[in-house]
Design a protein around this ligand. Structure first.
Ligand SMILES: CC(C)(COP(=O)(O)OP(=O)(O)OC[C@H]1O[C@@H](n2cnc3c(N)ncnc32)[C@H](O)[C@@H]1OP(=O)(O)O)[C@@H](O)C(=O)NCCC(=O)NCCS
Length: 204
C-alpha cells in the first residue's frame, strides 16, 4: 500500500464508525493525513459562512435552495438529516478540509442496493481554495470509502458539459465518461445537459 493509499483509509474508517457500518475500525493515527471527514453538527456555522461566500460560484452547480440554506440553523438541520442518513447506511456527507478549515463538501448519495450496489458522488471546493488538488484527493478518499467500507460496486458522477475542471478531477480518479444525459438537472431555472462518469470497483 502506498502513502497515498494510507491517507484514504482514515476517512473511510472514520465515516464507517460514524455510520455504524460493519467493519468499522479505529482511525488510529492516520486521520491527520486525510482531507475529508464526516460532517458534524459543529460545522453548521462555518459551512453556512462558506456557502454564503461561495453562493455565486455555486449557482451553476446546485439546485435552488431557500434562504435558510445559508444560515447556521438551516445547515444544522441539513447536517442532522445527513447524520441520520449515514447512521441508516443510506447516504454519507463529508466536509473537505484545508488544514483546520472547511473548504467544501463531498457526498455519496442516490444509493441503490440490491443487484446494483451503486451511488452518486457530488462535491464542491470553495473559490480561492481550488486548483490545489483538494477535490482530487477528496474524490479519491470517497471512492475508497464507498468501495471498501460502504460495500458499493459502482459510482457515478455527473458534470455540466463545460465543467472541465470537474471532469479532470474524475478522470484523475479513474472515472470514465459513459454518456450524455439531456436535461438531467434543473439548475438556476434551466434543465441542463450533463456528462455521465462512472467508476466500477476493482475486482479483489
Ligand atoms: C470543480 C472543482 C470541484 C475542482 O476542485 P479543485 O480542488 O480545484 O480540483 P483539483 O485542484 O483537485 O483539480 C482540478 C483539475 O482541473 C484542472 N482544471 C481547472 N480548470 C480547468 C479548465 N478550465 N480547463 C481544463 N482543466 C482545468 C486543473 O488543472 C486540475 O487538473 P491537473 O491536476 O491535471 O492540473 C471546483 O472548482 C468546484 O467546486 N467548482 C464548483 C462546483 C463544481 O463544479 N462541483 C462539481 C460538480 S460535478
Amino acid at each position: 500500500m502506498s502513502e497515498g493509499d494510507l491517507s484514504a483509509v482514515a476517512p473511510a474508517r472514520l465515516a464507517a464508525e460514524s455510520a455504524g457500518l460493519p467493519g468499522a475500525a479505529s482511525a488510529g493515527g492516520l486521520i491527520e493525513n486525510s482531507v475529508i471527514r464526516p460532517v458534524r453538527l459543529e460545522d453548521a456555522e462555518e459551512l453556512a459562512d462558506l456557502y454564503r461566500a461561495n453562493q455565486e460560484h455555486l449557482v451553476p452547480f446546485i439546485e435552488i435552495r431557500d434562504d435558510s440554506f445559508f444560515t447556521a440553523d438551516g445547515q444544522r438541520s441539513r447536517i442532522s438529516r445527513a447524520i441520520e442518513a449515514s447512521a441508516a447506511n443510506e447516504s454519507w456527507r463529508f466536509t473537505i478540509l484545508d488544514g483546520e478549515e472547511l473548504a467544501g463538501t463531498i457526498g455519496v448519495t442516490n444509493v441503490i442496493r440490491g443487484p446494483v450496489q451503486g451511488a452518486k458522488v457530488g462535491y464542491w471546493v470553495a473559490h480561492g481554495r481550488d486548483g490545489r488538488g483538494l477535490a482530487t484527493r477528496a474524490v479519491g478518499e470517497v471512492v475508497d470509502f464507498a468501495f471498501v467500507q460502504a460495500g458499493l460496486h459502482r459510482l457515478e458522477a455527473w458534470t455540466l458539459v463545460d465543467n472541465v475542471a470537474s471532469q479532470r478531477v474524475l478522470e484523475k480518479n479513474g472515472f470514465a465518461r459513459f454518456g450524455l444525459a439531456r436535461a438531467l438537472l434543473l439548475i438556476d431555472g434551466e434543465w441542463r445537459d450533463h456528462l455521465l462518469f462512472e467508476r466500477i470497483a476493482d475486482k479483489p
